[in-house]
Structures are given as structure tokens and as C-alpha cells.
Design a protein around this ligand. Structure first.
Ligand code: SF4
Length: 124
């Protein structure tokens, strides 16, 4: 059987195009699935001072990434500098009504009002 060169090339291009489009479609689906699962993760983490915890050192609902962040800022549960504590910091988020722990705008999770980190900033 003799194959026409032109027809063979047209069929090859068509098949390659179909395979390429199919692959791109699969990749797009995989990206969507990945980004939707990461957005689910980010919504699963409670806002800075909105955690329903008994103790401000309860980090069970805080992501490992946020715990790392607070550690990198030198967060300490009790301030080593008496006149520099979270409650007098400009970045502190006071506890919501009925809650015992505040928060910090730099990371998520509960914060003691007498805690401290190296990013302490005076209230203006
Ligand atoms: S920046 Fe540091 S000192 Fe200020 S509220 Fe946040 S953790 Fe506390």
C-alpha cells in the first residue's frame, strides 16, 4: 500500500495536536485541583485571634507554616523586656469579646497579651 506523503503529514500533525491538547487539558485540571486544595487549607486556618482555644499556647489549630513564622520572629510567651509586650505593640490584635487570646497581624494563631517578639513596634 502506497501512502501519500502529504496525507501522512496531515494525519501526523492532527494526532500530535490532539495529544498536546489532551495533555494541556489534564495539566489544567491538575492545577485547578491543586489550587483548590491549597485554598481549602488556607481557609481551614482560623484568623489571627479567632481561635477557640483554652490556652494561648495551644497551637493545635495552627499550621506548621504559621508556627514557623512566629518562631522566626522570635516570639516568646512571656516578654523578657517589661515595657515591650504584645498588648503595647502596634501590631497586636486584642482578643475578641469572650475570647482570652489576642493575635498578631504578622502570623496566625493565639497570642498572649504579655508575650513579645523582635518585631515589637510602639503604638502610635
Ligand atoms: S509583632 Fe511581636 S510583639 Fe507585636 S503583637 Fe506581634 S508578636 Fe507581639
Amino acid at each position: 500500500m502506497k501512502v501519500n506523503r502529504r496525507k501522512f503529514c496531515e494525519q501526523a500533525v492532527t494526532k500530535v495536536s490532539v495529544i498536546a491538547l489532551g495533555s494541556m487539558g489534564l495539566l489544567a485540571c491538575a492545577d485547578k485541583k491543586e489550587s483548590s486544595s491549597s485554598s481549602e487549607e488556607s481557609t481551614a486556618v482560623a484568623p489571627a485571634n479567632d481561635l477557640d482555644v483554652d490556652s494561648c499556647d495551644d497551637l493545635s489549630k495552627v499550621s506548621a507554616e504559621e508556627i514557623k513564622k512566629r518562631e522566626s520572629l522570635g516570639y516568646e510567651e512571656t516578654t523578657p523586656i517589661p515595657d515591650k509586650q504584645c498588648s503595647s505593640c502596634n501590631l497586636y490584635i486584642p482578643p475578641k469579646e469572650g475570647k482570652s487570646c489576642g493575635g498578631c497581624i504578622l502570623f496566625k494563631g493565639p497570642v498572649y497579651e504579655d508575650a513579645y517578639c523582635t518585631y515589637w513596634a510602639p503604638q502610635v
